[in-house]
Ligand binder design. Sequence first.
Ligand SMILES: *Cc1c(COP(=O)(O)O)cnc(C)c1O
Length: 360
Amino acid sequence: MSRGFNFSAGPAILPEIVLQQAQEELLEWGDCGASVMEVSHRSKAFIRMAEEAEQDFRSLLGIDDRYAVLFVQGGATLQFAMVPMNLRRSGCSADYVITGSWGKKAYGQAQNLGPARIAAISEESGFHDIPDPQLWALDNRASYVHITPNETIAGVEYHQWPETGDVPLVGDFSSTLLSRPLDVSRFGLFYAGAQKNIGPAGLTMVVIKKELLENTTENLPDMLSYSALAGSGSMLNTPPTFAWYLAGLVFKWLVSEGGVAEMDSRSSRKAELLYNAIDRSDFYYNPVAESARSRMNIPFTLANATLDSTFLEQAESEGLLALKGHRSVGGIRASLYNAMPVEGAEALVAFMQNFEKKMG
Ligand SMILES: *Cc1c(COP(=O)(O)O)cnc(C)c1O
């Protein structure tokens, strides 16, 4: 089978040109005479690559010196715990706005470890909307407010940021980071598991305001401490070297394609193609409030759910891969991350229209 258009929610599509480059230098990386996976993370070559990756990432998002950038392990799920462990001040709570399953999990981890509050939740609407920020019950003594800018499963995305006053905003950007410009100054901390829109699994990006680092909880195990990780350049121990390298190639690819401004316009085009196809037809349906629709993950159902498996089989045979909806919601889900070309969205729309003609 040849490479298809991969609509997986994660681990997800990577730019083909990046995979080719990795393939070309797999056996001999630079003049190391060995693969990037076989050299010390303390070697000059690796350190140079690691620093360049950080610089490219910073320049893509406009992250200045007031923020530390960390390359860590444990996925976004470990951040669900590290955020409260590090940022929740003693005697204080933390606020969570829950707009989907990932936010709910983040809240669950925070609650296991200490006091946490739900400031707003859209579960009653089936996580199909973002509660109006005017109505959030925020605690002005909270250590932070946690949001999920893009809920990967139900396909719900913030298109503007809430005001949280002096309380730092924390965002789980796992499935949307680098898909558009970001006003970093709105956030105290944000993080993203790499395997959605950045690189391979095993790497998580964390960006934290240095001011917050100074006040983080003491006596945490080093590997769970933002300040220990920042103090060591994310090299307290062996980092995920191959994932770091590959993310670095993806950052260079993004820069060469025109950066996040270009990804922004491509994301809009791809999402618009697909939402138009869904909205034009009675055969397909997306339940998310229009103002909160995700550009990255677009779930939809067929009017007749018994056709789901036929849809998925036929799509796959035409090279449109991994369109099965998350097991908790069923139906279909198309993820349109940066590496998905506009042609992929076009091919999916053409397939959907044909399928409806045959089956509708
Ligand atoms: C995938 C995902 C996670 C979980 O990521 P892991 O890296 O597997 O821990 C958390 N939050 C969001 C928004 C996600 O999309």
